[in-house]
Unconditional design. Structure first.
Length: 286
């Protein structure tokens, strides 16, 4: 008999399927030449002059935003789009050549880029071609891996040398489709999808399936959820005195005594659990 898929696993599969279905549509816009990218320091340019092979060259833009070319010497190229650079080189070469035809291909993008790291399929540096959104760049990066947490962190440099960060819920971006969190990216943005650590909770004593339980740190359960996952209370469970053993911030042992009956009746809120908690349900003496 096939076991029902866990909610968290279903969410991961759904997100991956969504990326696969949207991938071709999102990538389509990148196959069309986009003239918005502006050449900058570190970019590698392939420059070709039709019919004049000795002028064809591959050159990297210097830190000062210039390249050195045959016949022309040093040429300022930083801040120009591909069409603008082709036009500039054509005009400069027109002094020595008749009707030169110049094409420029950007082989490596090093100035207007974003960085995608963490739990994605293809962490790498990506060129910022045109106005890309967060969803588009995550699609280019292969979507999320099963180890992804519940959020995306976008780190952005601001004027003056400082930085700011924005935490974005994956559910809000991918499932709810909230346009406010599908932010347009800027050069130098760092998109980090943190890996979600697996933690252990122990539920022992008078439950139907006692033992260790695994959870993602970003999706820690409450007391009743952990007990439910353990099969629920046995008939002899002392529900009025459930013990939770944990360590405080200094590593000191603590023990909490919880009346689960009050939680079940709605008189008290459920208890949020912490990694490595040990829950023990004693046997009732009655």
């Amino acid at each position: 008999m096939t076991k029902p898929m866990k909610k968290d696993s279903f969410r991961r599969v759904w997100l991956m399927a969504l990326f696969l279905s949207l991938g071709p549509l999102l990538a389509l816009s990148q196959e069309v030449p986009i003239p918005d990218y502006k050449v900058g320091p570190g970019d590698l340019l392939d420059i070709n002059v039709f019919g004049v092979e000795q002028l064809n060259t591959t050159v990297r833009v210097s830190e000062s935003g210039k390249v050195t070319l045959h016949l022309l010497g040093e040429v300022e190229v930083s801040g120009l789009t591909k069409p603008e650079l082709e036009k500039k080189l054509t005009q400069l070469l027109s002094k020595d050549l008749v009707n030169p035809q110049v094409t420029v291909f950007i082989k490596e993008y090093a100035s207007n880029v974003v960085y995608v790291q963490g739990a994605v399929g293809k962490p790498a540096t990506y060129p910022l071609l045109g106005r890309l959104s967060l969803r588009q760049i995550l699609s280019q990066a292969g979507g999320f891996t099963p180890a992804a947490g519940n959020e995306i962190i976008v780190i952005r440099q601001v004027s003056g040398g400082g930085g700011t960060s924005l935490n974005i819920s994956i559910d809000d971006l991918m499932i709810k489709g909230d346009p406010q969190v599908n932010i347009p990216l800027e050069p130098g943005d760092v998109i980090n999808v943190p890996v979600d650590r697996v933690v252990i909770i122990y539920v022992l004593g008078q439950v139907k399936n006692p033992g260790a339980q695994e959870f993602k740190k970003s999706s820690m359960p409450t007391l009743l959820k952990a007990i439910t996952k353990a099969g629920g209370f046995t008939d002899r469970a002392a529900k009025g005195s459930v013990r939770i053993k944990r360590k405080d911030a200094l590593g000191k042992d603590l023990e909490l005594i919880i009346n689960a009956k009050d939680i079940l009746k709605g008189k008290k809120p459920d208890i949020a659990l912490q990694p490595e908690d040990i829950i023990y349900i004693d046997e009732t003496i009655f």
